[in-house]
Design a protein around this ligand. Structure first.
Ligand SMILES: *[C@@H]1O[C@H](CO)[C@@H](O)[C@H](O)[C@H]1NC(C)=O
Ligand SMILES: *[C@@H]1O[C@H](CO)[C@@H](O)[C@H](O)[C@H]1NC(C)=O
Ligand SMILES: *[C@@H]1O[C@H](CO)[C@@H](O)[C@H](O)[C@H]1NC(C)=O
Ligand SMILES: *[C@@H]1O[C@H](CO)[C@@H](O)[C@H](O)[C@H]1NC(C)=O
Ligand SMILES: *[C@@H]1O[C@H](CO)[C@@H](O)[C@H](O)[C@H]1NC(C)=O
Ligand SMILES: *[C@@H]1O[C@H](CO)[C@@H](O)[C@H](O)[C@H]1NC(C)=O
Length: 508
């Protein structure tokens, strides 16, 4: 269930084995130094096989809970605005590498230099951040006005084009701006395994993969919180459910919400950033069904922060203007090689396919209408023996993706990987990357009340239209692929891009 070797971090060790590693490591280095200086012929290779970590009781909870009952300091405050009169308290302290960070912006001068008086103003943190964001916004807006079917920006890797995008040019401009300017600070507070760690396989893999990618720290991450445009709260709801949740206990789910509340309390008392924005420039990420519920223990987290969630259910408070819909991908191995691709449309003999458990009302409805009733719309609770799920996907023209116990379904990405046109059957679900992708171009939406009409709806799509959609499914694949290490325009970058757009508070 855990991260592949190539993604494995030194921090995968628990603090216990960490200390142990240190105790062994330091003498080892000393010995090595001696050996190297005394015996120049010998060469040593240190290989660290990361030992599996062990769960160390709930020690961290006690250390975090060492304050009296929360809640009173978590009152709801209205709309979030940065208090500009409070900004002086966040001015730069001298000699903190400010010049370095801002060299780039400083070169452009005009923002900082008053031409009449000749006075060069040093921006404080909030002013600098706002200046960067404002500049990015205006360049994206300009690109948006210039929208065309193909982006007019140059790019060695990929040039967005065609109707799968809402606006090719604005997306590309925004993506390039993000690469240049976006800086994410990852809070260091919190102990393994609940923090800085997550599942890299299973249905919740996107949660772990994202956390690992952030923790590895070579993309977007900054170690200087004053330089960050956004702050990441690196906890894993999936791991909390695994270690803190006791099924049926009197407290069952509360312990998870309280852990999150404790964490925010620690963050907000140690750093100024949370209080300054009341959480608006902070984000959390979870693929677990309970992700949204967990955030409700901290009103500012729920109402102000960017919540990156697989369970993007608008009836449960998911707000597409500030929250991000995270794809759910059921990764069983470390690689996506072999899962991606499929036969051409002419070799797909099945009109529509679904197989899966009877989870929730929508699936119930689907099963009642279609299970075992049609030769073209194949709906199974359990696949007939001898049939493989993957080959069914690859032999189908359309793949049905009904919501289960939560709105998101891993089938959406499975369909995209198998080059099968996804059919979204859900209520109140915001599909991933809707901020830049035009889902109508490469998927079909069927309202829950139209489940009986699925066949009619799919049959009414002309062959030409189908071929177009299927081609676009192949085109959009790159945005849903998780690479290790990450590649431009892939899933990791797209998630970061959605966060970037929320931080800019702009629509493309
Ligand atoms: C803004 O901050 C100043 C100084 O800290 C404070 O006096 C004022 O009440 C704050 N205003 C708002 C709207 O919070
Ligand atoms: C430059 O300074 C003058 C005098 O303080 C002020 O009136 C003017 O608004 C300033 N210009 C800018 C662009 O801030
Ligand atoms: C907008 O389009 C025109 C003509 O194609 C081009 O000259 C200009 O540079 C474009 N502007 C942006 C911001 O892409
Ligand atoms: C943030 O606000 C909380 C409650 O209002 C307060 O207890 C905490 O000390 C503040 N944090 C900082 C860093 O000032
Ligand atoms: C979010 O804000 C609304 C309106 O201010 C409030 O009614 C609601 O309780 C808040 N949500 C949470 C989880 O606190
Ligand atoms: C979305 O949220 C609503 C309100 O809580 C709930 O009734 C519905 O079942 C949820 N949808 C799914 C598919 O879980």
């Amino acid at each position: 269930m855990w991260c592949p070797k190539k993604l494995q971090l030194p921090s995968c060790l628990s603090s216990f084995s960490y200390t142990l590693a240190f105790l062994i490591f330091i003498p080892l280095v000393l010995v090595l130094v001696l050996v190297c200086t005394l015996g120049p012929q010998s060469s040593y290779v240190l290989s660290f096989s990361s030992s599996s970590w062990t769960w160390r009781s709930v020690g961290l909870l006690r250390s975090l809970t060492s304050y009296e009952e929360k809640d009173q300091h978590l009152q709801v405050v209205g709309l979030v605005t940065f208090n500009n009169s409070a900004k002086d308290s966040f001015s730069n302290r001298p000699g903190e590498g400010v010049e370095d960070i801002w060299k780039d912006e400083m070169n452009e001068g005009e923002k900082h230099r008053n031409e009449t008086t000749g006075i060069v103003k040093r921006y404080n943190r909030l002013e600098r951040v706002e200046a960067i964001l404002a500049k990015a916004r205006s360049s994206i807006r300009e690109a948006a006005r210039n929208g065309s079917m193909i982006s007019n920006h140059e790019d060695p890797d990929y040039v967005p084009q065609g109707p799968i995008y809402r606006n090719t040019n604005a997306f590309h401009r925004s993506y390039l701006e993000m690469e240049k300017k976006f800086k994410i600070y990852v809070y260091e507070e919190g102990e393994l395994p609940i923090f800085h760690n997550g599942p890299c396989r299973s249905i919740y893999s996107t949660e772990g993969r994202f956390i690992y990618e952030m923790e590895k720290g070579n993309m977007y991450r900054t170690k200087n919180p004053d330089e960050a445009l956004v702050y990441f709260l690196p906890f894993s709801v999936v791991v909390m459910v695994r270690y803190l949740y006791v099924s049926g206990g009197p407290d069952s789910r509360h312990v998870i919400g309280r852990t999150v509340a404790d964490y925010i309390h620690v963050i907000s008392s140690r750093h100024s950033f949370w209080n300054t924005s009341l959480g608006a420039d902070h984000f959390m990420l979870s693929c677990h069904d309970w992700g949204p519920h967990t955030t409700s223990y901290v009103p500012h987290l729920f109402n102000n922060s960017i919540r990156v969630l697989c369970n993007a259910n608008t009836t449960e408070g998911f707000n597409p203007q500030k929250d991000v819909s995270l794809p759910e991908i059921n990764l069983k191995t470390d690689d996506t090689i072999g899962i991606i691709g499929g036969p051409s449309p002419s070799r797909r003999s099945i009109l529509a396919f679904f197989a899966g458990g009877l989870h929730g009302a929508i699936r119930n409805n689907l099963m009642q209408q279609w299970k075992g009733k049609d030769q073209d719309v194949l709906v199974y609770e359990e696949l007939p023996s001898g049939e493989s799920y993957e080959s069914m996907l690859k032999n189908s023209k359309f793949c049905l993706c009904p919501s289960g116990y939560e709105v998101a379904s891993p089938r959406v990405v499975e369909a995209i990987y198998a080059e099968c046109v996804p059919v979204l059957i859900s209520d109140g679900y915001v599909p991933p990357f809707s901020d830049v992708l035009n889902w109508n171009a490469f998927s079909v939406k069927v309202a829950v009340e139209d489940i009986p009409n699925i066949k009619k709806i799919l049959m009414s799509i002309s062959q030409t239209q189908y071929l177009r959609m299927q081609r676009r499914v192949k085109q959009v694949q790159r945005h849903f692929v998780m690479n290790g290490p990450s590649k431009r325009f892939d899933l990791f970058h797209m998630i970061v891009h959605s966060i970037w757009l929320r931080r800019l508070n702009i629509r493309v």
